[in-house]
Design a protein around this ligand. Structure first.
Ligand code: PLP
Length: 425
């Protein structure tokens, strides 16, 4: 096969690097791999940890602590005993927490839809009657948040992350000046994909900052509240309390779920907020359902008697996840030191890899041709466009440790080739 030529100004070492990188890549491609590092899905071993949920209820054992028959209609706010367990973990008083359906993403989506169609507490009008709605989007962020904005025609305003949450100087200035900014996506703990957690100062400033829009809301997606990867869990200040203390009691919508605690897709989602927001939401949710799946909530309440039981369960997840993350670091350190940088999160599901500017799309393309599926470059940015084309999200939870290692060796080969091609011009 003929090799693509290099420009005449290429130095001999560069030409040698490029030839070596091309040869390594051809070898990789010939290997016929079929590996996937795209989405943060739990592995089947992780799902096995909650298999007791499949048999935990027996005929005749279908009543909640207050005598409610969980097979029947009703109970819009969800089972009190389950709310009590997750109230502590999500830092929301149990009486301010709803236990909902199977996916927090549904609740986030519906919350935007409700705000479009019904006047939020504090709002002057429905969002659908505003000329334009804007949301602040810390980047890199979670692509499905951006999909919700796309669906409702919400303009996304990217704001940089700092390692301790969003750049608060930028956020404060924008939110104070622009009444079109009605919302902000926040993943406060072990953020997707950077793994960072919001500092106390970030939380306090988000709670206290003046907002031009009287109905500005923080969409506080605490998806990774208990998903630690080290023995020292990170603590983030409780947002509802911080907002109430700062005189903005209705500012935060808190979301969470057991998707990555029990069964992804068959867990329980939660929504917490101020009494005024709760009353608003309850009125609207009552038009959608006569009540959530209380049998699934009862299963979860039986499985987790208290918050400590959830923490113990998460230790078992950690034991399965840690070696996979370690395999990622081992390969990155050996193969890409000096070429790329990456995060070492203390929780969550992702490693964020920074490759040389202008190379991320090419790395993802090369990997795909070699049989390694990576999240599309730019997916963590509004509109799918990373202005520097350098960020790649790695999700090592689903494959086996050996597969993670093999996939990462392949990714390293692709990064080396893309970087060498670019350096050679
Ligand atoms: N929020 C974040 C930040 C996530 O990373 C994910 C899943 O990857 C979700 C929400 C999805 O949550 P759920 O399964 O409760 O819809």
């Amino acid at each position: 096969m003929s090799q693509p030529s290099t420009s005449p100004s290429v130095r001999p070492e560069q030409a040698a690097d490029l030839a070596a990188a091309r040869a390594a890549y051809e070898e990789l491609r010939a290997g016929g791999l079929k590996l996937d590092l795209t989405r943060g899905k739990p592995s089947s071993e992780q799902l096995d940890l909650s298999d007791a949920l499949l048999t935990i209820l027996q005929p005749g054992d279908v009543k909640a602590a207050d005598g409610t028959d969980c097979r029947n209609y009703g109970g819009l706010q969800g089972l009190p005993e389950l709310r009590a367990v997750f109230a502590e973990l999500l830092q929301v008083p149990a009486e301010q927490l709803f236990a909902c359906g199977n996916a927090s993403l549904t609740v986030m989506h519906d919350m935007v839809a409700h705000a479009m169609l019904s006047v939020l507490p504090g709002a002057e009008r429905r969002w659908a009657d505003e000329a334009e709605i804007r949301f602040l989007c810390p980047v890199p962020g979670y692509d499905r948040h951006f999909t919700i904005c796309d669906r409702f025609g919400i303009t996304m305003v990217p704001v940089p992350l700092t390692g301790e949450g969003p750049d608060m100087d930028v956020v404060e200035e924008l939110v104070a000046a622009d009444p079109r900014i009605k919302g902000m996506w926040c993943v406060p703990k072990y953020s997707n994909p950077t793994g960072e957690s919001y500092s106390d100062e970030t939380v306090r400033r988000l709670a206290a900052m003046p907002a031009a829009a009287p109905d500005f809301r923080l969409f506080w997606d605490n998806a990774y509240a208990v998903h630690h990867l080290t023995a020292e869990p990170t603590e983030v200040l409780p947002i509802l309390a911080a907002c109430a203390d700062a005189g903005h009691p209705d500012r935060a919508f808190v979301f969470g779920s057991t998707s990555k605690i029990t069964a992804a897709g068959a867990g329980v989602a939660f929504f917490g907020s101020s009494p005024a927001n709760m009353a608003w939401y309850a009125g609207l949710a009552a038009a959608q359902t006569i009540g959530p799946d209380k049998l699934n909530q009862l299963r979860h309440a039986r499985f987790f008697q208290d918050a400590a039981a959830v923490e113990t369960h998460m230790e078992r997840h950690r034991a399965l996840l840690e070696p996979r993350f370690a395999a990622v670091y081992e390969v990155l350190e050996r193969e890409l030191g000096g070429i790329a940088t990456w995060t070492r999160p203390s929780g969550g599901y992702f490693v964020s890899l920074q490759v040389p500017e202008g190379c991320a799309s090419e790395v993802v393309r090369l990997a795909k041709e070699a049989g390694i599926a990576l999240t599309p470059a730019g997916a963590a940015f509004p509109g799918g466009r990373d202005p520097r084309d350098s960020q790649i999200r790695l999700a090592p939870s689903f494959p086996t440790v050996d597969e993670v290692r093999t996939a990462m060796q392949g990714v390293a080969v692709c990064v080396r080739l893309a970087a060498a091609e670019r350096a050679a011009g």
